[in-house]
Design a protein around this ligand. Structure first.
Ligand code: AMP
Length: 584
């Protein structure tokens, strides 16, 4: 029986956790379906803790209590740390830094505890051991402090692995020939490093590493905003610049929108990929300077490198990929998600150490995506096309109506956005105890075994009652012509499919928002100044629904959301005050 060891990427901006299950390394998603969580911790006045997206959401109201980038401080003395850490850093009696009265280890432990919790929740078992990654340039004190942080979180670190080594494992480079050399180009949100590895007797050795702990995608957001919307306050609009930047990795143009940025005026600027690339050029040049130095340290030239891999979200930028290809004179391997590679590698290492990876057999891939129908008739993909089997994936669903007693699970196969356009493999009814809207929780899991048999399991998490349905190979497997037809159709219909999805999602949001807005308008809590905008925004939403116009509806819903932001905050405050009054 293999021992469960989890793999953890404890990153500066993001973290992730994975495990080898059924011989397959997978990253584990939290309750929101996210496999990557922000490395953020909110520490409340009474020591309460929130992590991840929940911590970041507190930033607007409580910026001084949200700690990010704690990895910059871990294992360092107070006199070694960056003077521009975003929060005040005090010095304790031993000359060590503290933020909000806590040590960097304690704060990192909160993130690790959350990752452990996600793993235990997903795996339904207690987890005590982990493989944790650290940057190749981390010195002993930083490694030891990372280990202590894990211990505080209740995890025994069975191995610390260098991030570039983990990434190389995730890309399967341990199968390269002996004495191969690999360059790992890692450009994240706030840090860059380039490492040269040598594979020898199946073990990676770090030959050289160079980088800058203050260079990353976040700098590009700031440059973009400064160059094309200099009047906007970065504190408020950096996230919009980041959104535009990410959109430009896929599209040639994107629009930066800053509605009512100074009270009345709205700003819309069309930004092209060329414009972004102009801002990115100096940053990319700096990364290549580091690459040059790392190669020089290793006494190698670009031509000596056998494989180049990309790590970190910012390597999704096409200009970065081109520059790396040109520098090394070879195309980088793009086969893995750059932001998941380190966690995946940590997971593989954990699987090897725990004995879960020995039986790994890579058999086949799924020809088409498998998923479920969700609200509004949308296709929700659980196992994407071309996933290697065996594999499994799951998601939590909830009831859409009060007192609902059952839910129909429709198992679908195909690449289209709307359920009705995909193939239904089967469907069944899951019964659960009636509960108020949103309170019943049904976990649905798809598992495809080595033989291509799809098992669909639905569990009522309150009673732990399972419904299991098996769909055999014949149902799931389709011939090449059918796959080609399906994929062809999904390409032909890409635009209409996308707008159908946008419309359906915005419509669901509108159905939630409109009654709440009407109810709020009926109270005396709406300021006259807001009322006009809220009413106009609500009217725009209704008009867009009538016209069945997808993008206008999405924009109108966003506008209504913004228009009611302060009102929503006031309603919450009032509810809190009332609750407190009742307690007194
Ligand atoms: P990481 O630290 O690896 O999580 O990388 C985070 C950085 O990657 C942030 O600066 C993101 O804005 C950036 N990023 C994520 N996705 C994309 C994308 N599709 N295009 C450009 N940058 C991206």
């Amino acid at each position: 029986m293999a021992e469960t060891i989890i793999g953890i990427d404890l990153g500066t901006t993001h973290s992730a956790v994975g495990v080898v299950d059924s011989g397959f390394p997978i990253l584990l998603a939290n309750e929101d379906g996210k496999r990557i969580i922000p490395s953020a911790v909110w520490i409340g006045p009474d020591g309460e803790i929130e992590t991840g997206d929940r911590a970041l959401r507190r930033r607007a109201a409580d910026p001084q209590r949200v700690v990010t980038s704690i990895k910059r401080l871990i294992g360092r003395r107070h006199d070694e740390i960056d003077p521009d850490f975003p929060l005040p850093v005090t010095r304790d009696a031993n000359g060590l830094p503290r933020v909000l009265g806590r040590t960097p280890e304690e704060i990192s432990a909160s993130i690790l505890r959350e990752l452990k919790r996600i793993a235990e929740w997903r795996m339904e078992t207690t987890v005590r051991k982990a493989v944790v990654t650290v940057p190749a340039y981390f010195h002993d004190a930083q490694r030891a402090a990372t280990k202590r942080a894990a211990e505080l979180a209740g995890l025994d670190v069975v191995r610390i692995v260098n991030e570039p080594t983990a990434a190389a494992l995730a890309y399967g480079l341990d199968k390269l020939g002996d004495d191969s050399r690999v360059a790992v180009y890692d450009l994240g949100g706030g840090t860059f490093d380039l490492s040269i590895l040598r594979l020898h007797d199946g073990v990676f050795e770090v030959l050289a590493t160079h980088g800058d702990t203050r260079l990353g995608g976040d700098d590009l957001d700031a440059r973009l905003l400064h160059a094309h919307a200099p009047d906007l306050d970065p504190a408020r609009w950096l996230a919009e610049a980041c959104r535009v930047k990410c959109a430009l990795s896929d599209a040639g143009t994107a629009t930066l929108r800053a509605p009512f940025h100074n009270g009345g005026d709205s700003l819309e600027v069309a930004i092209t990929r060329d414009m972004l690339e102009r801002e990115a050029a100096p940053l990319i040049r700096r990364t290549l300077d580091h690459a040059r130095r790392a190669l020089a340290d290793a006494a190698l030239t670009p031509a000596d490198i056998d494989a180049v891999i990309l790590v970190g979200g910012s390597t999704r930028i096409p200009a970065v990929q081109r520059a790396v290809a040109e520098f090394f004179g070879r195309e980088p391997d793009l086969s893995q998600h750059p932001d998941e590679a380190v966690a995946l590698g940590a997971t593989i290492q954990a699987g090897i150490l725990g004995g879960a990876m020995q039986r790994m057999v890579l058999l086949d891939v799924t020809p088409l995506s498998l998923g479920l129908e969700t609200y509004g008739g949308l296709m929700n993909v659980l196992i994407p096309r071309n996933s290697t089997i065996p594999c499994k994936a799951g998601e939590m669903f909830t009831n859409a109506a009060d007192g609902q007693r059952s839910m129909r699970v429709r198992v679908l196969q195909g690449e289209r956005e709307m359920a009705a356009d995909n193939r239904e493999l089967g469907s069944f009814e899951v019964n659960f105890d009636p509960a108020p809207k949103g309170r019943a929780r049904v976990g649905v899991q798809f598992r495809i075994d080595e033989n291509g048999i799809l098992e669909v399991l639905a569990r009522d998490t309150r009673t732990n009652r399972d419904t299991v349905v098996n769909l055999d190979n014949a149902a799931v497997n389709v011939d090449d012509a059918a796959v080609e037809k399906m994929v062809g159709e999904s390409v032909d219909h890409a635009f209409e499919d996308m707008s159908a999805r946008i419309f359906t999602e915005a419509r669901l949001k509108a159905d939630e928002l409109l009654p709440a807005v009407d109810a709020a308008l009926a109270t005396g809590l709406v300021e006259p100044a807001e009322r006009a905008e809220i009413e106009a925004a609500a009217a725009a939403v209704r008009a867009a629904i009538d016209q069945a116009a997808a993008n206008p509806l999405k924009q109108a819903v966003q506008r209504l959301d913004r228009a009611t932001e302060t009102l929503a905050a006031r309603l919450i405050d009032r509810a809190m005050d009332e609750a407190l009054d009742r307690q007194l």
